[in-house]
Write a protein that binds this ligand. Structure first.
Ligand SMILES: Nc1nc2c(ncn2[C@@H]2O[C@H](COP(=O)(O)OP(=O)(O)OP(=O)(O)O)[C@@H](O)[C@H]2O)c(=O)[nH]1
Length: 203
């Protein structure tokens, strides 16, 4: 069974828990307990494969024993970085997080990071209070080569579900490619055997 870990990051109150709960239960309940970080688990079938999905929801309030953003970034395969379209400072935080993810992941040689960072502008239903233009966020996403979505956890179930499925799909494709790179194909293995086998004999 494939295990896929996704961290949902962003500043306090942007709707990280709301998005996760919407995806897991299809419901928007309005208020979410957030006294500690937690990992939600869900089994999914994606492209005919069973996937164990783990979703990390950090708690924005400071408390002892809390993992650092660096640890969260090392733990996860994929990232959903959330901001609130009616709160400019949350967009700046999201921008910093996206840059940090790219820096840390590229530094550890994990190069397939592009398809595994989603920038998500939440609370689209509050567009009358908008502080972050859609075009600005699109520009950031293009600059950081990540995918961009704008939606409302309060109003959209399908869009929210689509984002999580897409992330799992991308992570799954990435892990399949990695497996293929690690394991030489039958004909390639034969070729390697022929070349190196023959050489060994003649030494
Ligand atoms: N209008 C509106 N409110 C939302 C939406 N999503 C979340 N909220 C509200 O925003 C507040 C914060 O939501 P949470 O899901 O707790 O945010 P969080 O990012 O998990 O917050 P922390 O756990 O404190 O980091 C709650 O009052 C939610 O009801 C949305 O799409 N539209």
């Amino acid at each position: 069974m494939n295990e896929i870990k996704v961290a949902v990051l962003g500043s306090e109150g942007v709707g990280k828990s709301a998005l996760i709960v919407r995806f897991l239960t299809r419901r928007f309940i309005g208020e979410y307990a957030s006294s500690s970080e937690c990992i939600y688990r869900k089994r999914l079938s994606v492209d005919g494969k069973q996937i164990n999905l783990q979703l990390y929801d950090p708690c924005s309030q400071a408390y002892e024993g809390r993992s650092t953003v660096n640890e969260q970034i090392q733990w996860a395969h994929g990232f959903i970085v959330v901001y609130d379209i009616s709160d400019r400072s949350s967009f700046l935080t999201a921008k910093a997080i996206v840059h940090l993810i790219r820096e840390l992941r590229l530094g550890t040689g994990k190069r397939n990071v592009d398809s595994l960072i989603f920038l998500v502008g939440n609370k689209q239903d509050l567009c009358h209070m908008r502080e972050v233009r859609r075009e600005e966020a699109q520009c950031l996403a293009a600059e950081c080569r990540c995918q961009f979505y704008e939606l409302s956890a309060a109003e959209h179930h399908q869009e929210v579900a689509l984002i999580f499925f897409k992330m799992v799909q991308n992570a799954n494709v990435g892990s399949k490619a990695k497996e293929r790179r690690r394991r030489p194909s039958g004909s390639m293995a034969k070729l390697i055997n022929n070349v190196f086998g023959k050489r060994r004999k003649s030494v």
